[in-house]
Design a protein around this ligand. Sequence first.
Ligand SMILES: Cc1ncc(COP(=O)(O)O)c(C=O)c1O
Length: 414
Amino acid sequence: MEGRPISGLARLRDDFPILSTEMNGHPLAYLDSAATTQKPVQVLDAMDAYYRTTNANVHRGAYLLATRATEAYEGARAKVAGFVNAASPQEIVFTRGTTTGINSIAFGWGLYHLREGDRILLTMLEHHANLVPWQLVARHTGAELVYLPLTSDYLIDTAALEGLLDERVKVIAFSGMSNVLGSIGPIEVLGEAARSVGAITVVDAAQMVPHMPVDVQALGVDFLAFGAHKMLGPTGIGALWGSMERLEQLEPSEGGGEMIRDVGLYESTWTDIPHRFEAGTPPIAEAIGFGAAVDYLEAIGMEVVRSHEESITRYALERLAEVPDLRVYGPDHLSQRGGAVSFTLADIHPHDLATILDQQGIAVRAGHHCTRPLHRLLEVPATARASFYVYSIPEEVDRLVAALHEARRIFGVA
Ligand SMILES: Cc1ncc(COP(=O)(O)O)c(C=O)c1O
C-alpha cells in the first residue's frame, strides 16, 4: 500500500458550502458523486446573478435585456463546445440531461432509420438510460437488440464483436464510463467497428465527460450525451454532441415554439441546428450554471481532475481491501476505470449498509444504480457504491472504511 495520497484538491472544498454541513451529528462525507455532484459557489452565484440582473426569454425579445440573456445562453453553449472540443457550438444541443440526449437520438434517428432485421448493439453494463429508449424504438421499428458481454475483469468484451458485428448492426450504443463498475468503454474499438459496417455510435458519456479529458473530434464516434449535474452544474440541463453530418440526419423528437422556420396548418419546417432540437423555452439559468461549471473544471484542468480521481480511487481500493468479506465489482487497473466503486460486504444488504454509514454522516448509494441487467449478471440484487469527485479527500475514505468495520461488528459477521 502506498499510503494516504496528498489531498491535492482539498483546497477546493471551501467552494462547496454543503460539504461543511453536518449529517446525523457528523460532518458530511459525500461519497455519491456518481449520482450527482455538489455545486461550488461559482455555479450558484452565476445562476443567482442571471436571475437578478439578466433574466429574459432568449431568442425572442428585441430589447437589451433579452439580447443579454441570449448572449449568456449562447455563451454557455460555446463554453460546453470548447470543453469537449466540438468543431463548433452548433454541434452542442442543450438537453435536459443524458437521458433526454439518448432518447432524442433513439426517437430522432432510430425511429426514422431502423427497420425489421436491423440490430442495435448494446452492452451488458448499460444504465437504463441507454437501454430503455432503445427497447422502445425496437418495439416501434422491429429492430432487434443484441448485447456485448463483459470480460472477467468487468470490461466490455470487444472480442465478442467477431460473432455479433455484421451489416445488420445499425447502432452501437455504449457507456463511456460505467456508473457501477467504473469501467472505461473501448471507444476507439467500437467506433471503428461501427464504421466498418456503416453503423452509428452513441456514447453515454454521463460519467465520462465529468471525469476525464474528452475530445469529441478525436474519438471517432457520432453522438455523445452528458449532463451538467454530474460535473458540478445544475440539474435539468445537459448536452448532446453530434457531428454536423449526423445532426443533419436527426429529426426533432419534440415540436413547439423556437424550433421552427415556418408553421402551416398541416406542416412545418425546422429552423437551424441546434435550435431545431430545443423546442420551447430552454433552461436558461441552468445553461449559465453549466457554463460556470465548465469554467470551474477548466480552471482545475481535466488532466488534474482525472489524476486526482485515480489517486483517490487507488487509495479507496487499497483501503477497502483491508475489510474482510468485502467484494469490489470493477476493474483493478486504474487506467481502465473511473471513481465509482461498487461493493458488497458479506451478506449484509447494501441498503442496511448504507443506513449504518448514514448514521456516521457518510452518504453512499445502495441499490441497482439503474443497471438491473448488470446486477443480474453480477448475481447480486444490489450493491453499495462509493463515488468520488474533485472535492473528495482520503479522510472520507478512512471514515468509510472504519464504518464498514463497524458494520461487520453490528451485523455479527464472523
Ligand atoms: C452512466 C449513466 N448514464 C446515464 C445516466 C442518466 O443521467 P440523467 O439521469 O442525469 O439523465 C446516469 C446517471 O446516473 C449514468 O450514470
